[in-house]
Design a protein around this ligand. Sequence first.
Ligand code: Q9C
Ligand code: ZN
Length: 691
Amino acid sequence: MAAPEDPRRRRVGLLYDERMCHHATPDGEIHPENPDRIRAIWQKLESEGIPQRCVVLSAKEAEDKYIASVHTPRHIKLIKNISSKKFNSQHLRIASEFNSIYFNKGSSEAAYLAVGSVMEVSEKVAKGDLDSAIAIVRPPGHHAESDEAMGFCLFNNVAIAANFLLNERPELGIRKILIVDWDVHHGNGTQNMFYKDPRVLFFSVHRFDFGMFYPASGDGSYCMIGEGPGAGYNINVPWEQGQCGDADYVAVWDHVLLPVAESYDPDIILISAGFDAAVDDPLGGCCITPYGYSLMLKKLTGFAQGKIVMALEGGYNLKSIADSVLACVKVLLEEKPLVGSIKAQPLESTWRVIQEVCHELKTFWLALSVELPQKVLVSNWRPCSVELNLSSSSESTVENDGGASITICATNFVEIIEPLSKLNMDEDNHGKAITLDHIPTDKSPVVLSEECPNAQALMPDKNVDGCTHWRSVLSKNEVWYGSYGSNMWKPGFLCYIKGGKVEGMNEPCPGSQDKSSPKGVIWKTVPHQLFFARSLTRTWGKGGVAFLHPESNKNDKAYMCMYRITLEQFNDVLLQENSLHQENGKSQGAGATLLDLSDIGVVAENKSLPLEALKAGWYSNILYLGEEDNLPILTMTCSCSEIDQFRSGELPISGPSNDYMNTLVRGLVEGKQITREEAIAYINDAAMREL
Ligand code: Q9C
Ligand code: ZN
């Protein structure tokens, strides 16, 4: 055994207590958050001789007065009493009123021990009695809200410990705490507890899937940056999808977390260490290896004089969590250098997410305003920056500055233009479905960044895969594009034609390639039900977006503003609607046919055309609403099968956000259809009605 006075020997606290295994499902039902999780971790550490090299601690129950710093008296009382006799018969009934929660007779004690454990090791690390520590606790904590148990969490262990250090132990000199939440789920509870508090920088990287991944609210969005004095001190890195692994996390560490940590200079780091982003986790769908976790942890040891406390959160594959915790403890022990390598490159969506996060926070953290390194941009060609000149006053390229000129994220631009460029048109077969006069196009200049060679592929005048050909065919045909949503407001719709963004939109649109104005605007009502669904969109943020029930019903009436545009423009609008509202990060249809003239014939015949290529988008269906001036009226909405999913709750129904609502009202009022009061009543009625 090394001499205790050896200054290189790290004092690593290790806390495990069998009593936390007593929290289990009341009737022994199988549950991913079960006692075997912490047993498996402990057994693994023992089999590797780890406890002998650490300072082993046992748990103490936390006192209510400390828990009260984040939880309401009502919530504390509930958790205290859930295991008492008189509650027994009611367990199931009570638990069923909660979101992903169960209770048994061991639950209260385990909950108090989990909090007490994290407090205990945090205090010891803050004091310097320990260099770092890991608390192998359950139930987990980061979903617990001040007055609500949820997501397998009863008390918010990490938040209580952070408050304890800040408020109860000022003599320890902990003034700034960095909480790193790498559990695959968003740490909603912790975020809320410190949302206005700059003394705690909360950083969470999690699967978000555009608001569809648990806890499935908008809280995990990168837009949630903190409020008041806490503005800038809440950082969310929301993955667009699963599959993220070592390379993605390391990219976020290198480009977001570490630069911010450097500048924030925390006095201690608390890690909400869930291991459900580990490879083979049944809930997470991500693939961090034990080596990945060890690297993520290692990179944090350079801050706060190495004062790091890890508290277990989720993680549901016994082998994965045991191996991952072992790898982390070895990092804290600093006995050997890390060995391993990262296999894959980051996903392209990872660079997009990093850009979004940096963009949102760069006014708070200067280090986030640096461009991503060029090698990143070249090896992942989608995210390189493209400047799109929207008007003649071209002095600066300051983003969205008075509308003179904007910088758009090339990701969107590529996604929108590239799939179209692959579209193959067979003019002879389908050209007669609709025939109209040729409308000459006047293209706006597209300025591409010099340093990005791949961007050449975007040059609109290059004949890429027949791009010019199909565009010229589609450009000769006109349709009425019918809008019942935000595009009823003309300035909003014009963003999809001319590019740019209007009030309420989160990000600018690239516009259509043919930027000429619509050749006509008329209003109509259609016998379809308007409703609002989904819960978050990129363009409008939180809140549902408008859909039209694809089936008509004579009792329904929806207002519709119709724009006369070319089929080529309709294509570009369709793609923007879908890529900006997409759910899975990118249009699945790169390379697939999105729309050709034969499709329009099919649409007219069947009244609708579900677009396979746009499955990942919000609007996967083109609806034919008849004719006007011998031109087809087309709109975009969901498919009939999605209606069933909305009805069953599989896909969320959600009222419009205020911004979105205002835009619809503005469209109806400025379009001289109805008064403001009538418009509000119309939207509210649509939001209330059952599907
Ligand atoms: N359809 C932690 O990892 N999933 N909590 C519920 C309901 C709950 C995860 C799915 C996942 C909670 C600490
Ligand atoms: Zn989790």
